[in-house]
Design a protein around this ligand. Structure first.
Ligand code: ZN
Length: 273
């Protein structure tokens, strides 16, 4: 609308969404200009104060920050959403409020059989629902409790040993081969030494000295190789977990789980299930 009362269309673009955002975020309105990503104090008069501009942009950034992916589709932060299937019909269990409220007045959610959810009484599935929070607590407790069950620990341990042995055996073979080769070098050195004793140091030729030196170098090289291989083996052996480690890790599970944020807890549950 012009001062003379006439209407004039400027730009012709709708006054919505990111057009508004772009204007609010433009530093030109607080008296600055931007040139090649650098900001300079402009000579024009600012339309808004620095503090109002900052306040408006702060408000915008809080609106525009996208919610994390899990929050978008899991606003009630249900730990097992998407992982649970009905044990009777195999359909995915979906969360649903069934009218009850918790002590804070929030609706209690239940994991319901997807088939029952969709078809109600017409569903052929006999299972209905289970309270989300008590069931999630139960699952976490069961994982932690596994630490007390020797069978679970033994199975974990057996799997770890199989994995470990696959890497350990070839290394042990390499060490044995390197030690054999070192023994043979030592035997050759020993026979040269015997020869020197027999002939006397002054009677051995230059060729002999060169050969002795080469054997000495080979021996040193073999020693380093064996040492390195043994260190690798020690490292691998440490990686093969012990019964005590498994039990301890599982018993600590609940404690550690409680320190994680919701996204991390979901990630961990996904790995375990
Ligand atoms: Zn079902």
């Amino acid at each position: 609308m012009r001062r003379n009362g006439k209407e004039q269309i400027i730009g012709g673009k709708r006054w919505i969404g990111d057009r508004v955002t772009k204007i609010v975020a433009n530093p030109i309105y607080r008296g600055a200009i931007v040139h090649q990503d650098q900001e300079f104090q402009g000579v024009h008069e600012a339309l808004v104060t620095e503090s109002l501009w900052t306040k408006a942009n702060k408000a915008l950034s809080s609106i525009n920050t996208p919610a994390p992916p899990h929050a978008k589709h899991n606003k009630h932060e249900l730990l097992l959403k998407g992982f649970l299937r009905c044990h009777q019909c195999g359909n995915l269990m979906t969360p649903k409020p069934l009218g009850k409220k918790d002590s804070d007045g929030n609706p209690c959610l239940y994991y319901c059989c997807g088939d029952v959810n969709r078809d109600g009484l017409a569903s052929s599935c006999g299972f209905s629902n289970i309270g989300s929070k008590p069931f999630e607590e139960f699952v976490i407790k069961v994982i932690g409790e596994m630490g007390r069950h020797p069978d679970v620990i033994k199975a974990t341990l057996a799997a770890s040993k199989i994995r470990g042995n696959k890497a350990i055996r070839p290394l042990q073979k390499k060490i044995a081969a390197a030690e054999k080769s070192k023994r043979s070098i030592c035997d050759q050195i020993q026979s040269y030494v015997e020869m020197v004793k027999k002939l006397g140091a002054d009677n051995v030729g230059d060729k002999f000295v060169v050969e002795m030196k080469a054997l000495g170098d080979q021996n040193q090289k073999a020693e380093v190789e064996i040492e390195t291989l043994k260190m690798d083996l020690q490292r691998l052996e440490k990686l093969v977990i012990t019964e005590a480690h498994v039990s301890d890790a599982l018993l600590q599970f609940k404690k550690v789980f409680d320190t994680l944020d919701f996204a991390e807890q979901r990630e961990l549950i996904e790995l375990l299930i």
